[in-house]
Design a protein around this ligand. Structure first.
Ligand code: B3K
Ligand code: ZN
Length: 854
């Protein structure tokens, strides 16, 4: 395999300041004529090399003259040029309809659209397809007017008109130089939900969200979110929009969530379409978050882009941090932080602990698509958050201003970003940079010792960064840890919060005047993305879960208490549940708390997260231990759950933080009523299912029913299917709810669902709804027979032939074999080997599977 290394970066040999593209569009065949102005970059005599993938040049022109002074080197078009500046023309024909990889120009439900990040532009035309080559684009599209009445590209529209034979054309111009990965065009029969936005310097921007006519009623939420995000970026970062139009298009077939193409964002329809009947609160929040994320990229990604793909987190980590802050500002900061940490722990921590662990700024890759990971995105966001914490709000804003001003219009590096933080923040971040180069989740041990005689408390901290592939030994990281001490008896705060920067392996902090036994509250707000181990007792954790004044720390104490109890249950076959029950009772009774927070706090850690704590994961025992605790919580607090349930029941649908919180708590309460074994639980869930005026309640009820084998479950599943069978996004929920079920026969059910007439691997959302959901269902996926592993491998081998990028993203669960017993580990490895032995395997899958076996 070809390995690309960060150290081998070289500036481009040729720049392309201008490009003109002419598309003669058709689903079966599209003719692409490109004219590139190329300029030699510095003194050298190397030829011009233009990347291409699956392209055959029909014509090559040099300075307007047809030429044969070129050759193909693999997919690359190589042209020897004598002068400093030339005009290069190429002509190719591509077939959007046959493009199942969904990279480059492809067809989705009759719409022609593009996806170019990271290396899709080379599937459209010959070009130096790397992010540090910035060009001004002029695009002309010609297409059948009836099939493709709407023609969109980046930038601003310039002109349009009719052509012969029922065709028409449109010209677009993007005045901002951009890398090829931000190129986009769309042609289709689309309708727009329009609005305008006036920037704070008075520019009027025409906004439009383009979808199929029948989806128009489901675009208001996304449009509202877009305007809120535009205002937020002006207020929070001083960043304004810079073109006259901002277009968003939703398509059903998309490898990712969305794409930030300049002035023309293209979205997976699941991150645009919502109404109360078809989308959950989680969907609504996801839409607002992704709409904001792509919009924010206009500055963090587009105006300032990445020098090379090793710098991917420069735009992604920063933009995730920006969208997280945005979402937090729209509702509860505490709840948003809890959700983000849960995501980090579910997706990034396992990645960091497994064979695919890589630094936030990787050193090498075989296929860059495999590096759009939770590490680049979510851990990357945590790095920005830590720097923001270290600098403080004011200096952080000064630093981002400096960054945007200094690097506007250029392709920058992570190093550039950190340098701005250092300069404007007046701090030394030299050792902090290890966060970019060292993989692995640091482990912090924190113990507190009280010396009543001298009224001192000593907090001892130590850290260790575990070895990861290619990085056997690590240096200590810089960890900003917010901590505080409380008195165990009085509940008083013993010392105000401190921000400790732990940068050595060991440190000791002394607190004076501590006359009562202290309880340590540490990593408040999850100020560092680390695993913390403490010597706190169950009583300490229960105390913090009730009294800590940092809501995240309160949540965390409860989670730790639950986790300790579950781990004890798994290791000893039984555990005392009393502390958890009392802590949950206390939280439920606290009327000062936000119901959304309560719902998060009383939820047990997932089976996989419990598994992540174990040396050897035993999925069945974990499932039993967790179900037993759930049952006890259900039974001992049945009255409380029913009261919580009733309290939130009467409310009519409204999308507001308060209403969302009430719905969340209602679903959690329903789950516990069911766990209690109450005979009326299934009918209660079914009534909720039938009478719900929104998808959150309907799906919540369905999820509760999915855990059992009641006749209500069978009925609800049927009703749901029939009601929504023409709505692909809701049908995805029908598949994933079953794939996530805790029923004993979930694995068999999933195999059967893969044969369902509505299942297809051609649509990434559908593939993920079944296969992706199933592989995070720990007990079902790790079925002792190994059928889960076989199923996943079968599906991935089939999917790889159509869409390697999406297939490779679904492979990591098989790579966790080291954490399982010998028999499971052997079966998992066998499937990885089978995948590797598949003829014609993509390089995407090859990289993931071979690294997973190492
Ligand atoms: N920048 C895109 C990533 C799409 C890449 C697919 N391989 C989405 C986002 O992070 O905004
Ligand atoms: Zn992004």
């Amino acid at each position: 395999p070809t390995v690309t290394r960060r150290e081998e970066y070289r500036a481009p040999d040729w720049m392309v300041p201008e490009i003109t593209l002419d598309f003669d569009l058709g689903a079966e065949a599209t003719r692409v004529r490109a004219t590139l102005t190329v300029e030699r970059n510095g003194p050298h005599d190397r030829p011009l090399r233009l990347d291409g993938e699956g392209l055959a040049p029909e014509r090559v022109l040099i300075d307007g003259e047809a030429s044969d002074a070129w050759r193909m080197d693999g997919g690359t078009l190589e042209i020897a040029l004598a002068g400093e500046r030339h005009e290069i023309g190429t002509e190719v024909v591509i077939a959007p309809e046959r493009n199942t990889q969904l990279m480059g120009l492809y067809a989705s439900g009759g719409i022609l659209c593009t996806q170019c990040e990271a290396e899709g532009f080379r599937r459209i035309t010959f070009f130096p397809d790397r992010p540090d080559v910035l060009s001004r684009y002029r695009v002309t599209m010609t297409a059948d007017k009836a099939r493709y009445p709407v023609l969109l590209a980046n930038g601003d529209p310039v002109a349009s008109g009719d052509a012969e034979d029922g065709r028409h054309w449109a010209k677009w111009h993007d005045p901002f130089p951009k890398p090829s990965y931000l190129f986009a065009l769309v042609a289709g029969d689309l309708a727009a939900n329009r609005d305008t936005f006036t920037t704070r310097s008075g520019r009027t921007v025409d906004l439009a969200i383009w979808v199929r006519e029948r989806d128009l009623p489901r675009t208001d939420h996304a449009l509202r979110a877009l305007k809120t995000a535009m205002t937020w970026d002006e207020q929070t970062y001083g960043r304004e929009y810079d073109l006259d139009v901002f277009n968003i298009v939703a398509v059903d077939d998309f490898n990712f969530g969305a794409m930030e193409n300049k002035g023309l964002n293209i979205f997976n329809s699941r991150y645009i379409l919502a109404d109360p009947d078809t989308a959950t609160d989680h969907d609504y929040d996801g839409i607002a978050g992704v709409v904001a994320h792509e919009y924010f990229h206009n500055w963090s990604g587009n105006r300032v882009t990445c020098r090379d793909w090793f710098q991917l987190s420069l735009k992604e980590g920063f933009t995730v941090f920006r969208d997280q802050s945005f979402s937090a500002d729209q509702g509860s900061h505490a709840v948003k932080r809890i959700e983000d940490v849960r995501t980090l722990r579910a997706a990034q921590f396992p990645e960091d602990a497994g064979p695919l662990a890589h630094p936030v700024r990787p050193d090498s890759y075989q296929e860059i698509s495999n590096f759009y990971t939770a590490t680049i995105y979510n851990k990357g966001a945590e790095l920005i958050r830590m720097m923001a914490t270290i600098l403080g709000e004011e200096k952080f804003r000064r630093a981002t201003d400096l960054y945007f001003d200094r690097f506007d219009g250029t392709a920058a590096t992570c190093e550039d970003f950190v340098t701005c933080m250092e300069e404007a923040g007046e701090v030394d971040l030299i050792p902090f940079r290890r966060w970019y180069s060292q993989a692995g989740t640091p482990r912090v041990t924190a113990t507190v010792r009280h010396e009543p005689g001298s009224a001192r408390a000593l907090v001892k901290l130590s850290q260790r960064v575990p070895p990861t592939p290619g990085q056997p030994a690590k240096q200590p990281m810089v960890l900003p840890l917010r901590l505080k001490l409380f008195g165990a008896e009085t509940g008083q705060e013993l010392a105000p919060e401190e921000l400790v920067l732990l940068s050595d392996e060991h440190a000791e902090i002394a607190f004076e005047g501590v006359t009562e036994r202290p309880v340590l509250s540490i990593n408040r707000g999850f100020s560092a993305p680390v695993i913390v181990e403490t010597n706190r007792t169950a009583a300490d954790l229960a105390f913090l879960s009730a009294h800590d004044d940092d809501p995240f720390a309160r949540y965390e104490a409860m989670q730790q208490l639950m986790l300790d109890t579950l781990v004890a249950g798994v290791t000893h076959g039984r555990a005392d549940h009393a502390d958890v029950v009392e802590a949950v009772r206390h939280t439920l009774a606290d009327e000062t708390l936000d119901p959304a927070f309560i719902a998060e706090a009383v939820l047990l850690p997932s089976e996989s997260f419990v598994g992540d704590q174990m040396e050897v994961v035993d999925p069945d025992t974990i499932h039993r231990a967790r179900e037993t605790l759930r049952r006890d919580l259900g039974r001992m607090l049945e009255g409380e759950w029913r009261r919580a349930y009733e309290r939130s029941r009467a409310n009519r649908f409204e999308y507001s933080p308060a209403a969302k919180g009430a719905r969340r708590l209602k679903s959690v309460a329903l789950g516990y009523i069911d766990a209690s074994g109450a005979p009326d639980a299934a009918s209660l869930a079914f009534v909720q299912f039938e009478h719900a005026d929104n998808m959150t309640d309907r799906q919540g009820a369905l999820t509760t029913l999915a855990g059992g084998t009641s006749k209500e479950w069978v009925a609800a599943l049927d009703i749901f299917y029939n009601r929504y069978s023409d709505n692909a996004l809701v049908l995805d929920k029908w598949f994933s709810t079953q794939a996530l079920s805790s029923r004993d026969d979930a694995a068999e059910q999933v195999e059967e669902l893969a044969r369902h007439r509505d299942f297809t691997l051609a649509n990434p959302n559908r593939a993920r709804a079944l296969i992706g959901a199933f592989s995070v269902n720990q007990r079902a996926f790790h079925h002792p027979s190994g059928r889960g592993y076989r199923f996943l491998a079968d599906q991935l081998i089939a999917l790889d032939k159509l869409n390697p990028q999406t297939a490779a993203k679904l492979l990591p669960p098989l790579g966790r074999w080291r954490r399982f017993d010998q028999k499971r580990a052997r079966m998992m490895r066998e499937q990885l080997q089978r995948i590797l032995a598949t003829p014609g395997l993509s390089k995407d899958m090859f990289e993931q599977a071979s690294k997973s076996l190492e």
